[in-house]
Each structure stands twice: as C-alpha cells, then as structure tokens.
Design a protein around this ligand. Structure first.
Ligand code: 5GP
Length: 206
C-alpha cells in the first residue's frame, strides 16, 4: 500500500554487465508506487536510447554547471563520463509519497550515505566473474579494451557489497526480480512506514 508519508529511497548498484537495468525495469513494472530515477549524464546516447527517457543527456559543460550550483544529490565520474542524480527531482518524488530507486554506482551510493540520507541499498552481483565476462563480451560491440576496463572496475566494485544492506545475486532474472521485490515490500512493512495505518486500525478497536 502506498503510504501518505514520504517515499522510501532505494539504491541499486552493480558492476556493469550484472544485468541491473533489466532487473530494475522489471521491478518497477511489478511494484506499484515505485519509480525509477532518471539520471543526468554527459555521455552520448547509445543507439535506442532516448533523451528524457533513459537519461537526461546533457553536455559536459552543462553537467559541470549543475555541479557548481549544487543541483546534484550525488554525482560521479564513471568510465570517464559524468552521471548524477538531481536533488530536486528526488525530493519531488519522495514528497509525493512515491518510493524511488536510484540505479547508481558504488561512488554515488557512498555520497548519498555520507549525506546521512536514509536509504535501503541493494548490491546486485553476477553469479561469477566468468558469467560477467561472458555477458560483457556477448552483449555489445564494445572494443576489447572497453570490456577489459569494465572488468577491472568490476573487480574493485564487487568488494563494495559489504557497504550495502542487501545482496541479490542475478543468477536467473525472474528469481532475482522476486528477491528484489521482496526487499521493497519488506521495507514498506516496517513499523515506521506502517505506523499511521496501524494506529488507525487500533482506533477502530475503540
Ligand atoms: P551506463 O553508461 O552503462 O548507462 O552506466 C554506467 C554506470 O553509471 C552504471 O554503473 C550506472 O549505475 C552508473 N550511473 C548511472 N546513473 C548514475 C547516477 O546518477 N549517479 C551515479 N553515481 N552513477 C550512475
């Protein structure tokens, strides 16, 4: 049930190629009142990506100007491109009482945590290094060098799982989406979320 109080903020991080985009897209399709945050990025749109849908694509200059005036809740340099979450967009959604998922990298998650913002952070892991490598090589026309770099970054990133509240291993898509969904539903069932509704029920007892 949607709560009329402020929405919950979820963070999902995973190494590139762990399948988090598909996972999170399925999650928001299945769970009502849960939205996916749209980041800003300085990277060019890939084939099939649309501005204002997949990302807000902006120039590096515009991105840096936004950083300068403090428009980002967090931002990070990932593979040489800048990515950031708008503080105002995040506030707007949470104020409506809608829950929000930020799909951000490990550095971004640290920045949010450092601000003392309450979040539920989930780390999505591939079942093994070999599986990640196969996915990265299989999915794209990325040059060998790009894949190698992503694997190197992944090696450092996976060790950061200990900083998260939950870990989901993306071995099988449907099962992994189910586990992610359970996390969201369990967070919504916490006392602090249910208090108002539960108090009203108690009142009906007279
Ligand atoms: P891609 O270019 O493949 O879409 O994303 C590359 C990486 O950037 C992914 O790990 C993704 O999670 C991360 N990313 C996307 N948006 C943001 C954001 O707003 N902030 C941060 N810190 N990372 C992001």
């Amino acid at each position: 049930m949607p709560s009329k109080s402020r929405g919950l903020l979820f963070i999902v991080s995973a190494p590139s190629g762990a399948g988090k985009t598909t996972l999170v897209e399925r999650l928001v399709e299945q769970v009502p009142h849960l939205r996916l945050s749209r980041s800003y990025t300085s990277r060019a749109a890939r084939d099939g990506e649309t501005d204002g849908v997949d990302y807000n694509f902006v120039t590096r200059e515009r991105f840096e100007a936004m950083v300068a005036v403090g428009e980002f809740l967090e931002w990070a340099d990932v593979f040489g491109n800048l990515y950031g979450t708008s503080a105002a967009d995040t506030e707007r959604v949470l104020d409506l009482g809608t829950d929000l998922v930020l799909v951000i990298d490990v550095q971004g998650a640290r920045k949010v945590r450092r601000r003392g913002i309450e979040t539920t952070a989930v780390f999505v892991m591939p079942p093994s290094f070999e599986v990640l490598e196969a996915r990265l090589r299989g999915r794209s026309k990325d040059a060998d060098e790009v894949v190698r770099r992503r694997l190197q970054v992944a090696q450092q990133e996976v060790a950061a799982f200990v900083e998260y509240d939950f870990v989901v291993i993306n071995d099988e898509l449907t099962a992994a989406v189910d586990r992610l969904r359970s996390i969201v539903l369990a967070e919504r069932a916490r006392l602090k979320c249910m208090r108002g509704e539960a108090d009203e029920i108690v009142r009906t007892f007279g």
